[in-house]
Ligand binder design. Structure first.
Ligand SMILES: [Fe+2]
Length: 261
């Protein structure tokens, strides 16, 4: 019988140095606390936690330290990657125990059972939009070529596909076509997980699934021309890996949990 593995994706926690600070009239800290109470219900099934960027709103050391403290209640390996609001250099030092390499991008990989995770850094200092850049794409190509048989999930902050919201789709991944060309020749990549869009978006293109997770903080109105607030609750995504198959479900605070996968 094939073992089943679960993982949890949290994204866009947006903490500030001041735990009472608000953005768009909402305080990120209590929102995250509510989501983490939901995560507690399922965390004992999970083998790892992914935090897919915009961990901080202001790039302050205190915001990262508080996030680590809040997540330390889970006895799980936690993998962080940077978003456009983060300080990637500080995150790599504080959360990854390393300095950024000369290409200024923090790349990571890890294995869970037969599955391989490849975590990319799409952040560009001072920019809302993202980019992998030539060196990171070359690294991704090499990394995928090394493990052609391992079912793989690629993880990043920015959306590498448009989500149908005009204002958000101006700040996607600049080199997304080049990424797509790499993924087309890497059939082992089952899915790309991302954050940034503060809403659930799912599609399939050229054999790859693209899945976002809700922010733990503030939800953006889907398919909207301009910035707008959605009244859906914050939440997280849970993924299930079984053999070569990926399944996943989104949990939101105050809503009936999806059927147990
Ligand atoms: Fe964000």
């Amino acid at each position: 019988m094939t073992a089943t593995t679960y993982g949890i994706q949290l994204t866009d926690t947006h903490l500030f140095e001041d735990p009472e600070a608000r953005l768009w009239d909402v305080a990120p800290d209590p929102m995250l606390d509510r989501v983490l109470r939901e995560v507690e219900r399922v965390a004992d099934k999970a083998r790892f936690l992914l935090v897919t960027g915009d961990c901080s709103s202001d790039g302050s050391p205190a915001s990262y330290e508080r996030l680590v403290r809040k997540l330390s209640r889970f006895d799980l390996p936690i993998y962080y990657l940077p978003g456009n609001h983060d300080d990637a250099g500080l995150m790599a030092r504080l959360l990854g125990g390393m300095d950024l390499p000369p290409c200024r991008k923090w790349t990571q990989t890890f294995e869970v059972g037969d599955w391989r995770f490849v975590l990319l850094d799409t952040s560009v200092p001072g920019e809302d939009g993202g980019e992998l850049g030539d060196e990171q794409r070359a690294w991704l190509r090499r990394t995928l070529a090394q493990y052609p048989q391992s079912p793989t999930i690629v993880v990043m902050h920015h959306n590498p596909v448009p989500v149908g919201s005009e204002w958000l789709d101006t700040m996607t991944l600049a080199d997304r076509n080049a990424l797509s060309a790499i993924l087309e020749t890497s059939p082992q990549v089952r899915a790309v997980l991302f954050g940034h869009v503060h809403q659930v978006f799912e599609c399939r293109a050229n054999g790859t699934r693209y899945l976002s997770a809700p922010s733990t903080f503030f939800q953006f109105k889907p398919r909207s021309r301009r910035f707008g607030r959605d009244d859906r609750s914050p939440g997280f995504r849970m993924i299930q890996l079984n053999g070569q198959t990926l399944r996943s479900a989104v949990y939101r605070t105050g809503e009936v949990p999806p059927p147990l996968m």
